[in-house]
Ligand binder design. Sequence first.
Ligand code: GLN
Ligand code: ZN
Length: 736
Amino acid sequence: MTAPTFPASTVLGYPRIGPRRELKRALESYWDGRSTRDDLEGVARRLRAETWRRLDKLGLGALPSNTFSLYDQVLDTAVLLGAVPDRFLTAADPYFAMARGADGIAPLRMTKWFDTNYHYIVPEIGPDTVFRLDARKPLSEVREARELGLETRPVLLGPVTFLLLSQGAPGSPAGFSPLDRLHDVLDVYEQLLAALAGEGVAWVQLDEPALVMDRTEAELDAVKAAYDRLGALSARPALFVASYFGDLGGALPVLAGTPVEAIGLDLVRGGVPRLAELADKVVVAGVVSGRDVWRTDQDRALAGLRAVREQAAQVVVGTSCSLLHVPYDVELEPDLDPAVRRRLAFAEQKVAEVVELAGRLAASPAVGSGDEATPAVAAVTDTPSVKSRSPYVVRAAAQAERLRLPVLPVTTIGSFPQTGELREARAALTAGDLDEAAYDELVRAEIARVVALQERLGLDVLVHGEPERNDMVQYFAEHLDGFAVTRNGWVQSYGSRCTRPPILHGDVRRPGPITVRWIRYAQSLTDKPVKGMLTGPVTIVAWSFVRDDLPLRDVVFQVADAIAEEVHDLEAAGAAVIQVDEPALRELMPLRAPEQKAYLEWAVAGYRRATSGAADRTQIHTHLCYSDADQILTAIDGLDADVTTIESARSGARILGEPAIGGFERGLGPGVYDIHSPRVPGVDEIEDGLRAALRALPAGRVWVNPDCGLKTRTYAQVEAALTNVVTAARRLRDPG
Ligand code: GLN
Ligand code: ZN
């Protein structure tokens, strides 16, 4: 078929939570039974209309539709294909039951969307899954936009990525993989394309981000089979296959060899390809980053666009990925330092950049020099030599001497329940309705309560409870130079959950001690050791928007140096135990294998830089959230913390079954209390978990703790659960 022309500019997707988080509020109100599904749909419809009108007003050429979602686009795709597992069919609202569970029905799993902080719902596909088209959502969005006088391009997850992101349904035979069902899924995509063609849709976008990861020959064959087949359909919209989050590598020639009319490339992370097969394709060139908050270097972008233009039938200016991962609008940030603000572009500004670049490209001569200089990222500094602490055995002896802990010491991960009173006080402090001294008094009272509770329950290493922290990253960002925090810079993490990442825009320095006074106060209330509690450099960087004029590694090292100063001051204030959390250690992991090893090396070096100044007699703890740590066990080992606490309650302490754990030489605290659930674990069940730990590790190395921080639980739950945790530990210590 001859492709209809593609307008000169587009974006791959747009935020949907609402500039004021309207969708979040509407969802939570519906879930709580305070409003109806119709009310929710009304809010959703308004948000979609506002987005389309706004994109149109900004002058964007091609508008996407079906990028809105009530929860998640992968879940939407499962529904579109009819892949709803039977257990959800009886739920009052199967869609949200899949996402969140419903009385007694376990939800689908949720996991990270590539290397972003967005999380998607993992579809379950088995050999018997029945696929049946339910095209209501994409069709109704096309119609809704038309009512506003706007034509749109429906955005769908492509069949290969959909299946690669799915997991085998429970009970699938060994060796089954969801991709085995490709041809059945393609039947449904064919019907869908026919339905969209019938609706008069000119272009459809099929997202295949899984193709920027390492793929096997068989998977590339699946790509070819899929797009040869969809391309061969007689009545269909033109096909635009979008890739993002990296370079297509070997998948590009495969895709370019199929009849698809347009291919989307992430030119922020990937290079301009040289490929003869692109000569008859439209290339949507993603030159405006959807992954950061910085203004685009227009000259550099233009150079890339012109280089693509020389090879392709047409070049369209686009974003590197959906703008889902950036906040809405810099204009909503009146308090930002103007010097920082000038450098920023959120979704709205990025759309304007795309439009402007399309104008500049059209006005620029057809044959460019092609070799405009691209500004180089500042030179990488050498890996610092990490000062080494003494070997673990030496440290362990010094710490045992100083701390005199019982075997199976009981501790927690750091936070205690955040009361509504404290949250309100913090809001009042920000609003200027409460003075600093009164706020500090409240925080101190909360610390005193948390310390008293832990003493009463009989914990061995106490925490102060983190009442002064809104968030484990934002709190440090607010106290370090080089960071800005936003008022409305929310980004969807999953469902109704949003985060407001700080913006790391300059050199990071610690103007003064951050946590020392709180820890010192807590320690003054008890003879038991109180843990200093810090967030690690990789996690601070992973959960922020980070400057792009320095290699990420160097940024992590700067943050590490600031944390090292805090470690030093905590030690000087008498802290005998200091925990440096790295729950996000795995989050910056590059998507392709060759880069992963280098990443883990410098990430570990960053952590060591933050902690290796500690004296042998200071016990360094770290905390990581996930239980499937196998992939990074060697990295965890490399952190060289004296004690590592880890999530494992949900997997029945599965990690302890890993042979690699046997070789883990230092203290380990596998979580025995699943803090994600309101359920209070019984003594026997905790004891079972600990026995499993004792089978894998010598008693002297096992710690007893919950899976993660207690922030989201209530005091009643925490008190009951920790009582049982202490009882179980005591029974095992003294089996008399
Ligand atoms: N110390 C933090 C807390 O307890 C750790 C949180 C985390 O692992 N995400 O809340
Ligand atoms: Zn955790």
